[in-house]
Design a protein around this ligand. Structure first.
Ligand code: F6P
Length: 329
């Protein structure tokens, strides 16, 4: 049941790109077309709102993009949107085009901007969580995370071939500024000996003791997955030097996977998630919601206030930490 009057919406992607963003845009545009609502695409996130970089989108404009990584609307982290003046301009441009509501696809920073904007200018905004980090409170999964995990596991499988052929110890840095989800899950999936995450400070001594023990138990090569936000792993070259000094019997190598993790065609899981959340975002607007993120909890669509998702911190799964400890012995 339509409880408010939404005739035209705008959609944008903001922050770091993630595989599945295109599928989410497609679902927003197609649900808008299905509900007979006009849709505008905004290029380069909030910066494009400020510069009025808009494009009309209809159901056919989003053909052949479900399988493409990145975002065809492009993305940016806009400094101007953090200013009152920038937000005023953005709102003025939305009004000039008679846009009644906004759908933003991105992560924590995107939702923070959306929340301020929506409150200051009284325009409904709905957020769709898309980031490879899976660090958004209030949703079980974010768009792009599953694809990134598969990319990381594939890369580690390849590195393992060299590690085992040369009896080497590899430190593999994966993304995840503040969250260890990528490291923990890819580490288990790729059979890593050790996994370093920001949520748990293992400490260098414990790490070296553990590596010594596994060497004694007969292991000749080792894979250590290091989240970029981990405390002892932040300077991966220093960590590598410390391990090399303490374990001279190993040849220690470092691989930083970097942006390879953000690219590529989205997995089926991410395409389905993006399609569900894109449809749900437009449904949410028609049901009169504003200032919420659409997410999934235990497979069901949920609406979470921006304030709750921004303020909250997602907890790492302790059961997975135990599993990682047991299966790596
Ligand atoms: O938030 C996604 C993410 O890929 C993080 O894992 C990483 O720390 C960051 O973005 C990198 O950002 P940029 O592409 O701007 O260097």
């Amino acid at each position: 049941m339509r409880t408010n009057h939404i005739h035209k919406i705008a959609v944008l992607t903001s922050g770091g790109d993630s595989p599945g963003m295109n599928a989410a845009i497609r679902a927003v545009v197609r649900n808008a077309a299905y509900q007979k609502i006009d849709c505008i695409g905004v290029y380069r996130g909030y910066q494009g709102l400020i510069e009025k970089d808009f494009i009309n989108l209809d159901a056919r404009s989003v053909k052949n993009i479900i399988n493409r990584g990145g975002t065809f609307l492009k993305s940016a982290r806009s400094k101007d949107f953090k200013t009152e003046e920038g937000q005023k301009k953005a709102f003025q441009h939305l009004r000039e085009e008679n846009i009644d509501a906004l759908v933003v696809i991105g992560g924590d920073g995107t939702f923070t901007g959306a929340s301020f904007f929506s409150k200051a200018h009284d325009i409904p905004v709905i957020g769709i969580p898309a980031t490879i980090d899976n660090d958004i409170h209030g949703t079980d999964f974010t768009i792009g995370y599953d694809t990134a995990l598969n990319t990381v596991v594939e890369a580690i499988d390849k590195i393992r071939d060299t590690a085992s052929s040369h009896d080497r110890l590899f430190l593999i840095e994966v993304m995840g500024r503040d969250a260890g989800d990528i490291a923990l899950n890819s580490g288990i999936g790729a059979g890593a000996e050790e996994i370093l995450i920001p949520e748990e400070n293992m400490g260098i001594e414990r790490l070296i003791d553990s590596l010594r023990r596994s060497r004694k138990s007969g292991k000749t090569s080792s894979i250590i997955v290091v989240s970029e936000g981990d405390q002892i792993g932040q300077n991966i070259t220093k960590l590598s030097d410390d391990i090399q000094t303490n374990l001279p019997e190993y040849e220690v190598k470092v691989t930083v996977l970097g942006h390879i993790q953000r690219g590529g065609s989205p997995s089926c899981y991410d395409r389905v998630l993006a399609s569900r959340l894109g449809v749900a975002a437009v449904d949410a607007l028609l049901e009169g919601y504003s200032n919420v993120m659409v997410g999934t909890r235990q497979k069901k669509i949920v609406y979470v206030d921006f304030d709750k998702t921004i303020g909250g911190k997602k907890k790492i799964d302790k059961e997975l930490i135990r599993v990682a400890d047991i299966v790596s012995t």
